[in-house]
Design a binder for this molecule. Structure first.
Ligand code: FES
Ligand code: FES
Length: 210
């Protein structure tokens, strides 16, 4: 029998034992009869504690020119703070593991994966999301170029692609198609809109510099 099968059988026995204990109210019977240890009270609490009882920490940072003073669970990612707490849902959640680039935002002008960044880490820093890229009346040249070059299909990856593309231009990594592809390789597009994305970046780069 494989190790996994053994383990799952053991787990089943544990669950059955626990149910029996709860039904009969006889913890000693399970403890001695099967040789399993019941979890301590502290262990039970650490598993079951509702998150609303966890301490909140004050965190302040600027998003798109507006200061945000928040009270957050210290484990909150910047991505969740932006989407769930502040209500800026333009930044998308893809993998939530730093692998797709969909959640790209700028912190002090540098591109970051907001799913891998704790909100508490950006205290006193400046965050720009896709909503803050253009100004009130005009969209950013990179946004216009994405439209002009049909650089999207479903559009889910697009906010992250545009934020990464703007950073790519500012970093000076647009000297060739190969270089653009290299420096945009952290942003995945499941629809395969890469030719349009590269064309959009080549189009927007001189307009951003000018
Ligand atoms: S959602 Fe952040 S990298 Fe995929
Ligand atoms: S446009 Fe659909 S994932 Fe990129």
């Amino acid at each position: 029998m494989s190790k996994n099968r053994k383990r799952s059988k053991r787990t089943r026995r544990w669950l059955l034992t626990r149910r029996a204990v709860l039904a009969s109210g006889s913890a000693a019977w399970a403890l001695t009869g099967f040789g399993f240890r019941m979890p301590t009270l502290a262990q039970e609490i650490s598993v079951a504690a509702p998150t609303e009882f966890l301490p909140r920490v004050p965190v302040s940072f600027e998003v798109n020119g507006v200061m945000q003073d928040l009270e957050l669970d210290p484990r909150t990612s910047l991505l969740d703070a932006l989407r769930e707490t502040i209500g800026l849902s333009g930044t998308k959640k893809g993998c939530d593991h730093g692998q797709c680039g969909t959640c790209t935002v700028h912190i002090d002008g540098r591109r970051v994966a907001s799913c891998l960044t704790m909100a508490a880490q950006v205290a006193d820093h400046k965050v720009i999301t896709i909503e803050g890229l253009g100004d009130d009346d005009t969209i950013h040249p990179m946004q216009q170029a994405f439209i002009d070059h049909d650089a999207l299909q479903c559009g889910y990856c697009t906010p992250g692609q545009i934020m990464a593309a703007v950073a790519c231009v500012r970093e000076g990594h647009t000297n060739s198609e190969a270089q653009i592809r290299e420096y945009m390789s952290g942003n995945l597009c499941r629809c395969g809109a890469y030719p349009g994305i590269v064309a959009a970046i080549q189009d927007a780069a001189p307009k951003m510099e000018g």
